[in-house]
Design a protein around this ligand. Structure first.
Ligand SMILES: C[S@@+](CC[C@H](N)C(=O)[O-])C[C@H]1O[C@@H](n2cnc3c(N)ncnc32)[C@H](O)[C@@H]1O
Length: 212
């Protein structure tokens, strides 16, 4: 079990930077740093952001896709609206099967990218939190497989642990190239790690084959 698994909001460098630069969360920098390395979002892309509140990733994504892109954020909680006309948000639970149809009804076309920073409520019991995070990552993968265009990309948060490799292997079946990323803005002592799936293989992937 990683040391200091449960910890409060520490006012670290990226926390203060987000406040200073008026971004909604320090998570903004995690997405930006992963993007700077792999460019998995492009200008004009259609992007779905799962577990998007309070909206740091939505801000980072809007910056990348620009005025001609389309961004949809989904979260259990209401996200404070943005002034951009191409950033939309809905309240929804990614584990609910009907969410896929709600997302499809809002998107202008199939998504180019699905990103997911969804986190469970942390119980402090390592095995429980790891298993919950894997369940949520599976739900995110299911949604990605349902809404992504062929060759689209998927970026998802996980906690390291026993179940990580089986999730990684499942992702490898649906994407041409899979990377494991620990952005600099992710605290070193945190178990969180991100998986990036590049090049969705829509033809040999069935969304229903992924358990949620
Ligand atoms: C770490 S926060 C996301 C931070 C966000 N990426 C940002 O940059 O501001 C994780 C989010 O996952 C959401 N979440 C947890 N379970 C969820 C579920 N089943 N469906 C949708 N959202 C969920 C939480 O409400 C929380 O807002």
């Amino acid at each position: 079990m990683p040391k200091r698994w449960v910890r409060g909001h520490r006012k670290d460098y990226f926390y203060l930077k987000a406040k200073e630069e008026d971004y909604r969360s320090r998570a903004f920098y995690k997405l930006l740093q992963a993007f700077q390395k792999y460019q998995f979002i492009k200008p004009r892309d259609v992007v779905v952001d799962l577990g998007a509140a309070p909206g740091g990733w939505l801000q980072a994504t809007r910056k990348i896709v620009g005025a001609k892109g389309f961004v949809l954020g989904v979260d259990l909680v209401q996200i404070e609206p943005f002034e951009y006309p191409n950033v939309f948000t809905i309240v929804g639970d990614i584990t609910e099967p009907e969410l896929v149809d709600r997302i499809k009804a809002i998107l202008p076309r199939k998504a180019d990218v699905v990103i997911s920073d969804v986190s469970p409520h942390i119980s402090g019991i390592w095995e429980v939190d790891h298993a919950r995070q894997i369940d949520l990552a599976n739900s995110s993968l299911h949604i990605a497989k349902s809404v992504l265009r062929d060759n689209g990309n998927f970026f998802v948060k996980l906690f390291q642990g026993d179940l990580f490799n089986s999730f990684l292997n499942m992702t490898k079946k649906s994407f041409t190239d899979v990377k494991v990323i620990k952005p600099q803005a992710s605290r070193k002592e945190s178990a969180e790690i991100y998986v990036l799936g590049l090049g969705f293989k829509s033809k040999n992937t069935s969304a229903s084959s992924c358990a949620i």
